[in-house]
Design a binder for this molecule. Structure first.
Ligand code: SF4
Length: 335
């Protein structure tokens, strides 16, 4: 597509206005402007929307996305929005969750990207766990494949995991696949949890030593961690929760200095959306989430590759949806 100099300058200014809070320069903004304009044009022509998980890169979050957020919230938006096509910039299981809720829509994930948590467990593993613990219910974290959701009794998110587990009728609950989140939840519930060995490779690497060091260097700092971190980290921070919980906390906190013990995309969001906050400490990059580039979104819009199109066999989709529906029966719709 050809754009006029005026259109390109206007787009460069729009992009730079957002991206300047991160590591992007005006030259970077000018380089991507033709692509973001083309994506915007195709999106409109095709009645498509672009959803970006908060761990995506700033050019995607602020250059082309219509909605930003965490996986389940974005899947809900996809199902309620009148768009016919959903470009979900995230990892495969998140695209599947959107497809479970929106079977009539075309759902595309621009790059083939897994997730260490979702890939740690298979349907056969869940069946074996059920055989070993016949009296236990099965709760799966949303970071699982559609097939594993279909094998579980109820799904949960990091924001509602404790409510869901507490509401299970059994005294024993198999919680899959996140071992570290399970250990954190075990401290908050009377249920006996049976855990799987999955971990998030991004959150498992944080240690309590880094947190102690940052507290010494920045006495007034507020430190927030994702509940996918290990329990010694969670115990040492000011707030542990989901990405949405962290953003809500920052919005209502008067602390000037914040440390985010999570993926770097959240740091980019805070720098862009809370200009008065100063981020200290280091974040960590998710190699799966960072696989998507603007050119992959263009391919998905122009001529999608088979691996970009999310398909789920209908019997699995229906069973996986039941596990999501049961979650909504237990917790308020906005959690
Ligand atoms: S941050 Fe962790 S849980 Fe999220 S996609 Fe990456 S590996 Fe999976």
């Amino acid at each position: 597509m050809i754009f006029t100099d005026g259109q390109l300058t206007q787009e460069t200014n729009r992009l730079y206005d957002k991206l300047k809070h991160t590591h992007w320069s005006r030259e970077d903004a000018a380089l991507i402007a033709p692509m973001t304009l083309e994506i915007a044009t195709l999106k409109k022509e095709q009645n498509a929307i672009i959803l970006a998980h908060s761990y995506q890169t700033p050019d995607i979050m602020y250059g082309v996305a219509d909605f930003l957020g965490d996986s389940y919230m974005l899947s809900k938006i996809a199902s309620e929005h009148p768009a016919e096509k959903i470009i979900f910039c995230s990892v495969h299981f998140m695209g599947e969750t959107a497809k479970i809720l929106s079977p009539e829509k075309v759902v595309l994930v621009p790059a083939v990207a897994g997730c260490s948590l979702a890939e740690s467990i298979t349907v056969e593993d869940v069946r074996k766990l059920r055989k070993q613990h016949p009296d236990a219910g099965v709760v799966c974290y949303v970071n699982t494949s559609a097939a594993v959701k279909a094998e579980s009794d109820v799904c949960c998110t990091s924001a509602n995991v404790v409510n869901v587990i507490d509401a299970m009728p059994q005294d024993e609950v198999i919680f899959i696949p996140d071992k570290l989140m399970g250990q954190n939840v075990q401290k908050l519930t009377k249920k006996k949890l049976i855990l799987w060995h999955g971990t998030c490779i991004v959150h498992e690497m944080f240690t309590v030593d880094t947190i102690k060091e940052i507290r010494m260097q920045h006495p007034g700092v507020k430190i927030l961690a994702h509940t996918e971190c290990n329990s010694s980290v969670v115990d040492a921070v000011d707030m542990a929760g989901s990405t949405s919980d962290m953003l809500r906390y920052i919005a209502s906190s008067d602390a000037d200095e914040i440390m985010l013990v999570t993926e770097c995309g959240i740091t980019d969001r805070v720098k862009t959306e809370f200009e008065n906050k100063h981020i200290v400490g280091a974040c960590s990059l998710c190699p799966y989430m960072k696989k998507i580039m603007l050119r992959d979104i263009l391919v998905a819009l122009k001529n999608p590759r088979p691996d970009q199109i999310i398909e789920i066999p209908e019997d699995i989709r229906l069973k996986a949806k039941q596990s999501l529906d049961r979650m909504l029966d237990i917790v308020p719709k906005n959690k």
